[in-house]
Design a protein around this ligand. Structure first.
Ligand code: XMP
Length: 507
């Protein structure tokens, strides 16, 4: 295994994930873990010192002792990790005159094992303020860029390496190769790790945290909460209490489908039918943010009522959900708040009563874990569905009639896309009910009815998206069926906006 000491970089988890993707187990520990704790790791094959936002000379800079280089395994310092290595071993670090963010071309002088098969002149991604000014004794330069003399360095007789660029980010063209070289040429790590082995380890962690208490979790039927619930059920058996809240703005037959699905997965779920309570609070509300607030508040109220005084809460929080809120194990800065971090949940976290077994994983790793747990493909590849549900897809006030129209139209959109074999190729797909009426002719009669918009996007993570190029024939069938089969609709339009500047949802 490779141990990553976290000095607070936003990329630390990405390093762990990239290493795991190469079938080598990797774990993150806070930078100030003791040398004894490091020695206690079985199978330690290498150590990575992550990047971080500090300057090594700053008063509260996170630092480690020189013993970190004495564990008999290779050490790779990345960005701040390199600067710290230079500082600890007798070199010098200076504040960069200009901060350097973005691409640079690497000029390789010697591969030193670390840069094997990296193309000379290829792009590396820089993100730093300080720079190493002089190397400690016995270090040599492997590569430079125009603004950074010590872009890659190594000790001439000990396995200590440092790089100023970030190999873990997509923009470093040969970043994967550099990590591969560190793992397999420098550390001689064995590519033996599989996600299925992680299951037992995660179950052990969950049991440890629960310590015999009951654990309550809310499931939505989506990928994250489903994988989390199946994993927790495996770990805790009867001690897991799942609830599914029907908030009245779910899709056609969704509550039943979700319940059936969990039955098949062998996870008992309690259905809380709160549809009327949600709908009466939503009555007449047309502001999307107010809709979100009402639904979010009500949901948390219902969930909290399910948690006994001694119970724990389990959440399917993923790494990208918290990356921008708080770094879980290191000193990275708070950027934004997530709905899994509302006041009530934060209080439970403070009391040590929240389990988040997926907190270190990315979406693709969660799907891999789900597959290892035997969860069927269709569940693992279900499109995302927002917490506020159809309430933000009925533009304007929500009522029974608008929900009926939207549900019918939405079923048709999904059915036709599945029939065309396109569901897995599209990232998210749905119908939106617009607050306009338009004139049409139906038979010999003039009609004046609702307009439905169809939205389908291609995306990787929902942060940016492009409208899906669905074949005209499929769009034609969707439009025909919605107009023929959905009473109250006489026009269908297709949304051809990308994100940005538009968003995926209309509200
Ligand atoms: P936007 O519309 O911001 O959506 O481009 C990006 C992704 O987030 C989902 N979304 C939400 N999910 N609560 C959620 O749980 C929300 O309030 C919410 N708003 C948008 C959206 O469906 C898409 O997948």
């Amino acid at each position: 295994m490779i141990l990553i000491l976290d000095f607070g970089s936003q990329y630390t988890q990405l390093i762990a994930r990239k290493i795991r993707a190469k079938s080598v187990y990797s774990e993150i520990a806070p930078f100030n873990i003791s040398p004894e704790q490091i020695r206690a790791y079985d199978n330690l094959e290498g150590i990575v010192l992550s990047g971080g936002p500090s300057s090594v000379y700053a008063e509260n800079a996170p630092r480690v002792g020189k013993e970190v280089y004495d564990h008999g395994v290779p050490v790779l310092g990345i960005c701040y990790g390199l600067q710290l290595t230079a500082f600890l071993l007798g070199g010098n670090v200076k504040p960069g005159v200009a901060r350097e963010y973005g691409k640079a071309d690497i000029q390789i002088k010697s591969t030193g094992g670390l840069l094997e098969e990296v193309e000379n002149g290829s792009t590396v991604w820089m993100s730093h303020g300080d720079l190493v000014e002089s190397l400690p004794a016995e270090f040599e330069v492997l590569a430079s860029t125009e603004n950074c003399k010590y872009t890659a360095v190594r000790h001439t007789s000990r396995p200590i390496y440092g790089i100023q660029f970030h190999p873990e980010v997509h923009h470093s063209a040969y970043g994967n190769q550099v990590l591969h070289n560190f793992l397999f040429h420098v550390c001689k790590a064995k590519p033996a790790w599989k996600m299925s082995e992680q299951v037992e380890m995660m179950c052990g962690h969950i049991r440890e945290q629960a310590a015999g208490r009951d654990v309550v979790c809310a499931v939505s039927g989506g990928v994250d909460s489903t994988v989390m619930a199946v994993l927790c059920r495996k770990a805790l058996g009867e001690h897991l209490k799942c609830v599914f809240v029907d908030n009245g703005v779910l899709r056609h037959h969704e509550a039943q489908q979700v319940m059936d699905n969990f039955e098949q997965l062998g996870v008992p779920v309690k259905l809380v039918d709160a549809a009327q309570a949600f709908l009466s609070e939503l009555d007449g509300v047309d502001d999307p943010e107010k809709k979100r607030k009402i639904i979010g508040r009500k949901f948390i109220e219902i969930l909290m009522a399910e948690i006994g005084a001694n119970d724990m809460l389990a959440q399917g929080t993923l790494y990208p959900d918290v990356i921008e809120s708080v770094s879980t194990k290191g000193p990275s800065a708070t950027i934004k708040t997530h709905h899994n971090r509302v006041k009530e949940v934060l209080e439970l976290i403070e009391q040590g009563r929240v389990v988040e077994p997926l907190k270190e994983l990315f979406k693709d790793e969660v799907r891999e874990l789900g597959a290892a747990l035997g969860i069927p493909h269709d569940t693992l590849w279900r499109h995302p569905f927002p917490g506020p549900g159809l309430a933000i897809r009925v533009i304007g006030p929500v009522n029974d009639e608008s929900l009926r129209i939207l549900r019918q139209a939405d079923v048709i959109v999904v059915e036709e896309i599945r029939a065309a074999g396109l569901y897995d190729k599209i990232w998210q797909l749905f119908a939106v009910l617009l607050p306009v009426k338009s004139v049409g002719v139906m038979g010999d009669e003039r009609s004046y009815e609702n307009v439905v918009a169809v939205r389908a996007v291609d995306s990787v993570d929902g942060m940016t998206a492009d409208w899906s190029k669905i074949p005209y024939s499929v769009l034609g069938r969707i439009s025909n069926r919605i107009i023929n089969e959905t009473r109250g609709v006489n026009r269908v339009v297709y949304d051809i906006s990308s994100k940005p500047p538009s968003t995926i949802e209309w509200e």
